[in-house]
Design a protein around this ligand. Structure first.
Ligand SMILES: *Cc1c(COP(=O)(O)O)cnc(C)c1O
Length: 375
């Protein structure tokens, strides 16, 4: 079945008690036991399971062609739980420009607990190979990456991971399963901040880990999900599942606009460089073409000529693009990343990240044109 159809139908059914086409939100924290002490519907307590959460997990597992999913109260909790499922003394390889929150959790929480890690440029396969140690259990990649939109070759890194008896986890937040399915290229886990494109309306925080096969690391992650309890509310799950229905049309429209805007920005004299994997001069273009599905997503970054001052000035002049963090919503946003990340970030200080929304691309180009002014 095509993903457009799956998105509309997965995790959904007609409610057997009312005939409703849209599932009710089950707020109950607790479920009745049978006379024999059993749980006839399989639900016990809201932390360990809930019908809305089950619907969302079923849908996400199917969309990524995995066997099971576990959802969390944020994208950060999803990655954090996967890392927590490792043991003290294990080693992780992660990208140098990995999502900033992941760098923070590794450095400030997990390293003091005894997890070892190395940050490398994962676009450089030889560097990944060199970073692997005998105790490496997990390689984490993010492609396209945030905010530099760097492309990592999923299949090649999966091969390196498996040679070393390690797992490969791929953060698929930026492309979404509409544009990339990492499990098909050999990854063992997919991670999502469902906050972004999957929920898609900037109104719910959430995360997910999807596994290709049953394995001990995913079993440990599910144990932590139930006992640690960083679970999303029933309403959060319902909103995310609602967002999924329009994911394909949103992502395709946003990608088409992003490409047009990237091409236009490339010709503008006030812009030093445009980072977008759909541009033929992007260093990862060929790999992106191979592993992405027909489009390159709604996120792009620009390096503004004139440095940080010029970049910050531009953010004060846009009318349609709102100055705000996050991405993947219907409204276009732009953000100066270096100042939200901590000192020492590798993000250039003249970089602005643009999240292209669902407005007409010509209106967005006109807004950027007036904000950049004439030179
Ligand atoms: C936003 C984001 C996260 C974190 O998700 P939250 O829901 O904000 O915790 C992780 N990875 C990537 C690539 C993201 O964009």
């Amino acid at each position: 079945m095509h993903i457009e159809t799956e998105l509309v139908h997965s995790g959904r059914g007609i409610d057997p008690s009312t005939g409703a086409l849209v599932a009710p939100i089950h707020l109950s924290t607790t479920f009745e036991r049978g006379e024999d002490g059993s749980y006839p519907q399989g639900y016990v307590y809201g932390r360990s399971g809930n019908p809305n959460r089950q619907d969302l997990e079923t849908a996400l597992a199917g969309l990524e062609a995995g066997c099971e999913a576990a959802v969390f109260g944020s994208g950060s909790a999803a990655t954090f739980t996967l890392l927590q499922a490792l043991r003290a003394g294990d080693h992780v390889v992660a990208p140098q420009n990995v999502y900033f929150g992941v760098q923070e959790m590794l450095a400030k929480i997990l390293a003091p607990w005894g997890l070892q890690y190395t940050l490398v440029d994962t676009t450089d396969v030889a560097a990944v190979e060199t970073a692997i140690r005998s105790n490496t259990r997990l390689i984490l990649i993010e492609t396209p990456s945030n905010p530099q939109l760097a492309i990592t070759d999923i299949q090649t890194v999966a091969h390196l991971a498996h040679q070393a008896n390690a797992y490969l986890a791929c953060d698929n937040t930026i492309p979404s399963p509409v544009l990339q399915r990492p499990l098909d290229h050999g990854a063992d886990f997919v991670i999502h901040a469902t906050t972004k494109y999957l929920a898609g309306h900037s109104d719910v925080i959430g995360g997910a880990v999807i596994t290709k096969d049953p394995n001990p690391l995913f079993a440990q992650l599910q144990l932590i999900q139930g006992i640690g309890g960083a679970v999303p509310s029933p309403f959060d799950c319902w909103l995310t599942l609602r967002g999924l229905q329009t994911l394909a049309v949103r992502v395709k429209a946003q990608s088409q606009s992003a490409l047009a805007i990237a091409q236009w920005l490339q010709t503008h004299p006030a812009i030093d460089r445009v980072l977008y994997p759909g541009l033929t001069d992007h260093p990862g273009y060929e790999i992106a073409q191979r592993q992405m599905i027909g489009a390159y997503g709604g996120l792009l970054s620009i390096l503004v000529g004139g440095g940080q001052t010029a970049a910050l000035a531009m953010t004060t002049k846009t009318q349609l693009f709102t100055r705000a963090t996050s991405f993947g919503g219907p409204h276009s946003t732009l953000e100066h990343r270096a100042s939200i990340e901590a000192p020492g970030t590798g993000t250039p200080d003249n970089l602005l990240r643009l999240s292209i929304g669902l407005e007409h691309p010509q209106d967005l180009i006109a807004d950027l044109e007036q904000a950049l002014g004439h030179r």
